[in-house]
Design a protein around this ligand. Structure first.
Ligand code: NI
Length: 388
């Protein structure tokens, strides 16, 4: 089962869908045009059921195979949302909306899954049911989580679920995957440090909040370097450091810190949160300052089940012959993790070649990846539910 010939024929059509979505990017849950286009195409393909409105603008299509002796149901997922970035590709199909851009290739994911849905609805060479899932709000908002909470898995009786993301830096047509953690848990924090403001020439009469917050920023880096086992992965990044005052002679009363914590294992995630609170509170207390900490759990670890990873590798191998199974996990977050928490499955990367990185204003999805991606999606259905 190499790249399916049908996808070579469908490539111009799928490319047209992709470029149309690229030209009309929408953000988060607010995807009226994109979801209407997806639902309309799924109906044109002859899907047995098309459900709109899950997580607001999510779309789900159901395609029944020629037979259904085993009663199996496999879910395939793509994300549809764009990013708040000003596009700098200069493409003739570049974003028509300044400040919104498909800079993560979700236009490509949506188009590739649409291509697979068209093929599967035409051929139906499988025993069971394929469910194609198009979710909003992957780039913040947790559209995947909302669909799971709204009963996606139960409503459609899904047993396994598979997802894909394009990956710049990996050769076009090469797949990359690993069993276990694939993407990180992404938590975020906000800390307000309160000292005692005053005249900058009389530091002894105040509590220098700027200095206390600086000590906290430095000490937080010791969680990764001194607390967590060096063989485990953790990232602590303080990204915002804002004092109340912009003056050169005022010790501010408050400093705001914001940032993110990334981990790959549940135990490490819990441990780092505990260390984070202890370090922030302890450093502040040592200086006579106080803190308010907001620590929010975000997307969980994207965890590939070992058996399902093997299935994904086998199909990827048959599609392209090029699969890297020793790829390192990424410390980015991905809300397909909620679907993988709900059902066993796997998440795979597909090479986008030597392009600008994801979320870069010059990034573009490579349409030559479409036959590989669509073949993999469709191949997962045919391989996991072979025709009776
Ligand atoms: Ni993405």
């Amino acid at each position: 089962m190499p790249v399916k010939n049908r996808f070579a024929e469908l490539l111009p059509e799928i490319t047209e869908w992709r470029r149309d979505i690229h030209e009309n990017p929408e953000l988060l849950f607010d995807l009226p045009r994109t979801s209407a286009k997806v639902a309309g195409l799924l109906r044109d393909f002859g899907c047995d059921e098309v459900v709109e409105g899950m997580a607001g603008t999510g779309v789900v299509g159901v395609i029944r195979g020629k037979t259904d002796t085993a009663g199996r149901v496999i879910g395939l997922r793509a994300d549809m949302d764009a990013l708040p970035i000003i596009e700098a590709t200069g493409l003739d199909y570049a974003s028509k909306t300044p400040g919104k851009m498909h800079a993560c290739g979700h236009d490509g994911h949506t188009a590739m899954l649409l291509g697979a849905a068209k093929y599967l609805a035409e051929t139906r060479q499988f025993d069971g049911t394929a469910v194609v899932i198009f979710q909003p709000a992957e780039e913040g908002g947790g559209g995947g989580r909302v669909m799971v909470e709204e009963g996606l898995m139960e409503r459609f009786g899904i047993h396994e679920v598979y997802g894909m993301h394009n990956s710049p830096g990996i050769p076009l047509g090469t797949f990359a995957i690993r069993p276990g953690p694939m993407m990180a848990a992404a938590d975020q924090f906000e800390v307000v440090v309160t000292g005692k403001g005053g005249h900058a020439a009389k530091p002894h009469e105040g509590i220098d909040t700027t200095l206390v917050a600086s000590h906290i920023v430095v000490a937080l880096q010791q969680i990764a370097s001194r607390n967590v086992d060096p063989l485990k992965q953790v990232v602590v990044s303080v990204c915002t450091f804002r004092t109340e005052s912009e003056a050169h002679n005022v010790i501010p009363q408050k400093v705001l810190l914001r940032g993110t914590v990334r981990t790959l294992e549940a135990e490490v995630r819990d441990y780092v949160e505990g260390r984070f609170r202890a370090v922030v509170e302890g450093i502040a207390a040592a200086h006579g300052a106080t803190t308010e900490i907001k620590y929010e759990r975000g997307y969980p670890v994207t965890l590939n089940a070992p058996d399902n990873t093997d299935y994904a590798v086998a199909v990827a191998h048959s599609v392209s012959g090029s699969v890297d199974t020793s790829v390192a996990p990424l410390m980015g977050g991905e809300d397909f993790s909620y679907m993988l928490n709900a059902r066993p499955g796997a998440y795979i990367f597909l090479g986008n070649g030597d392009t600008a990185s994801l979320h870069h204003p010059a990034y573009n999805f490579d349409d030559n990846a479409i036959p590989f991606g669509s073949s993999w999606y469709a191949g997962m259905i045919e391989a996991r539910m072979p025709a009776a």
